[in-house]
Design a protein around this ligand. Sequence first.
Ligand code: ASP
Length: 454
Amino acid sequence: MLKVVKFGGSSLSDATQVKKVFNIVTSEPARKFVVVSAPGKRNASDEKVTDMLIALAEKALANEDVTEQLNKIIQRYRDISTGLGMNDDIIDTITQDLKNRLNSDKSIKGRYLDNLKAAGEDNCAKLVAKYFNLQGEKATYVSPKEAGLLLTAEFGNAQVLPASYQNLKVLHNYEGKVIFPGFFGYSVNGDVVTLPRGGSDVTGAILAVALECDVYENFTDVDYIYTVNPNIVSDPLPIDHMTFKEMRELSYAGFSVFHEEALTPVYYKFTHVNVRNTNNPTAPGTMIHMEVNQNRKHRITGISGDKGFSTITVRKYLMNREVGFVRKILQMLEEECIPFEHSPSGIDDISIILRSKYLNKEIEDKLICRIKKELGAEEVSIVHNQALVMIVGEKCLDDSETLHKCSEALHEAGIVIKMLNQGSSKLSIIVGIDEADFEKAIRSLYNKFFIEMA
Ligand code: ASP
């Protein structure tokens, strides 16, 4: 049995947390490959080291004095190392590293920013490896460069290059634990490039696949992934098992525990993912894998949702006879770089649902004008403040009961369904409602599926 164990920022935020990491990693020989994030928030009003590094880079790019910001970051690491009883050698290493990065070439902003952002994880991994050694545990910090983790040269938004999977096998050659920084890798040109925010989850998944591990353990600060957002329903039921497809559907709209891009590599290799809690390591956590849980106690696996959608509705008599009509609308969106999310249609009407953040008054006026003029549409309207709610569960749509219970729950709560999408996905129902009804809808659906139907 071999595992990749990834720890998020809250698991590395201070010395007490790092000690927990040490105990978790050393409690099982299978936990050989350790991926670390940068230190996260110690409390609600604290700052993540990655955010502090971004602010540092921005100050440097604006040629402002960086002394105070740099000292604040060094102090975060010093608090951790002092709390772990380490001497200042590691702080000297970190200080020098940050100064080198600050003095690097500023001619490409994205490259400079990524080089500083990556310092959070990189220095955290060095510190953790050193602490493991001081405790008498054989552990080696390995840099993504040495290990050949190659990414596309998209600063702040990189993706893994296929060659990495072969290169990373070199990590098997190290004796003892391997401590690997998450969130960044190198472009083919040798520049530091970062994954999207929260990308250490993705690094863990890449390593788990490359090193052919049996399980990818993702340690965070919750015991389980829950059936519904705990900020909306207090004390919701946990999810013991879920499938990759269910996780993907749920994380599309609101489930942010595990980075959705991290599912891609593990999905194709059937690696088991286990989301667990650093602060309560005896809780078994949520298992994500290919197999549908045969013992599922409830009809569905989870409910998620998101606000911030807008709907463009277009009406044209005999639209159904006009070949290419929808393509032309989608092309207009493409020209404005707007992705669309859903597109329910009638005979002479079509609705395009998209995220409101891509729209503004100017773009809306332009789209309305073009659709009317170029496509001869009779009516074009745009409605904002829409929310989408997703009811997810593999095999829950094999009969009509799920849809029946879903509309019953919303009807009982007095909520009008504005859009309903079932069928394109075999495992989810998507309901469009007014944003103002969002929390009420989630609570009512939770009660129906997880309390009444238990
Ligand atoms: N530290 C990075 C961030 O805050 C990456 C990560 O934590 O996964 O986004």
